[in-house]
Design a protein around this ligand. Structure first.
Ligand code: PMP
Length: 424
């Protein structure tokens, strides 16, 4: 598959933008080659500047659960845009979207909108520290919560792919306030709670990990997480990726979690920049202007993002069958991938929950970050480029989740499996 226009665009972009990209993993460093410049999307498909079509399993890294350019979402954004793009004043759609969030997450009483998942987690941690008066936070190895200083410690996603688990420019003093534990290690967590439980403001976690590739929490680990609340620690479920994806009520609904705070993003904005954090009234009332924890944003709650998010959530609510559909299609993809890889005699472990899926090229099980790192990244490169050259756009790193949308069909999965069959 030829991509001369993307190649030209990429070298031009590199002259003006670090690495030619606005977010590192888009540069294909982990897999090599030139990223296709995507200029159009419709349903399950994207087209690059050279006119090549791909079945899209990236979906803008998760937001597009309805597929690209869903007509109702686009129409509602256009209608709002014609009235003005932003006011920096309260807008009626904010409370509408907040109500939709509360229908999805009944334990949320108040919700504050921000522009990115990074802002949501950064703000939720500030709030947890303000509310508890404690300074330490806990995160898990290979979990990614955006690029706020204190969270870029042993992080996943692009930070993992690029081999910079902790970024330059993060002072040790900041990093030392973040305690890092192994995901799916209940004993390690209990031990920390016993020894330092009283000093910890919050534990932030990906309820189902997407940013080390997909990792699924064990019952025992979830139980240990909830025990943290006995120490006055706030439990922050980072549902930026899982919210509205694993169920309308995210991992919280699907796994029966009881977090004190949740963070949302991606699907919440329906393809435009919106994210949020929310929880019980008593905690959220600490946020300015009601309380002393400061947090603000020029474009926060802007009407375009609110309209795209609200349209997306309303469509999901009107179609409860979508989650069953995603489950069925996900199972079909999982089974097909396993079948092809087994036939080829290649080591593999497929981790999937609903419409989030990762193929690790190692014998399983893969439940921790350590185990995820055993994947054969050379084999992943072959998998990735083999698919890309046959019109399948898979995430360009093994430490990411691939996603399905409701626009994906059996025939797209079939095309994907055929491509893989030929590629390997
Ligand atoms: N939390 C999680 C779980 C994420 O997956 C991401 C992004 N992939 C973030 C936070 C950060 O969100 P953003 O990229 O919008 O800042």
């Amino acid at each position: 598959m030829e991509r001369p226009i993307s190649e030209r665009l990429f070298s031009e972009a590199q002259a003006h933008i670090p690495g030619g990209v606005s977010s590192p993993v888009r540069a294909f460093k982990a897999v090599g080659g030139t990223p296709p410049f995507l200029v159009r999307g419709e349903g399950a498909y994207v087209w690059d500047a050279d006119g090549n079509r791909y079945v899209d399993y990236v979906l803008s890294w998760g937001p597009l659960i309805l597929g690209h350019a869903h007509p109702e979402v686009v129409r509602r954004v256009k209608e709002v845009a014609e009235q003005g793009l932003t006011f920096g004043a309260p807008h009626p759609l904010e409370a509408e979207l907040a109500k939709a969030v509360k229908r999805a997450f009944p334990q949320v009483e108040l919700v504050r909108f921000v522009n990115s998942g990074t802002e949501a987690t950064m703000s939720a941690l500030r709030l947890a520290r303000g509310y508890t008066g404690r300074k330490y936070v806990v995160k898990f190895r290979g979990n990614y919560h955006g690029h706020a200083d204190g969270l870029l410690v042993e992080a996943g996603s692009g930070a993992l792919t690029l081999g910079v688990p902790s970024s330059a420019g993060v002072p040790e003093e900041y990093a030392s306030l973040t305690l890092v534990l192994e995901y799916n290690d209940p004993e390690g967590l209990r031990e920390l709670l016993r020894t330092r439980g009283e000093e910890i403001a919050a534990i932030i976690f990906e309820p189902v990990v997407g940013n080390a590739g997909v990792l699924i929490p064990t019952e025992e680990f979830l139980k240990a997480l909830h025990q943290a609340r006995e120490y006055g620690i706030l439990l922050i479920a980072d549902e930026v990726m899982t919210g509205f994806r694993l169920a309308f009520g995210g991992a919280t609904e699907r796994l029966g979690l009881k977090p004190d705070l949740i963070t949302l993003g991606k699907i919440l904005g329906g393809g435009l920049p919106a994210a949020a954090y929310g929880g019980r009234r008593e905690i959220m009332e600490e946020v300015a202007p009601l309380g002393p924890v400061y947090q603000a944003g020029t474009l926060s709650g802007n009407p375009l993002a609110m309209a795209a998010g609200l349209a997306t959530l309303e469509i999901l609510e009107r179609n409860p069958g979508y989650y069953g559909y995603l489950e069925t299609l996900g199972a079909r993809l999982e089974a097909g991938l396993k079948e092809v890889l087994s036939q080829k005699g290649l080591p593999h472990t497929v981790n999937r929950l609903g419409s989030m899926i990762t193929v690790f090229f190692t014998e399983g099980p893969v439940a921790t970050f350590q185990e995820a790192r055993r994947t054969d990244t050379e084999l992943f490169k072959r998998f990735f480029h083999g698919l890309l050259d046959r019109g399948v756009y898979w995430p360009p790193s093994n430490f990411e989740a691939a996603f399905l949308s409701v626009a994906h069909k059996e025939e797209d999965v079939a095309l994907t499996l055929e491509a893989l069959e030929k590629a390997l």
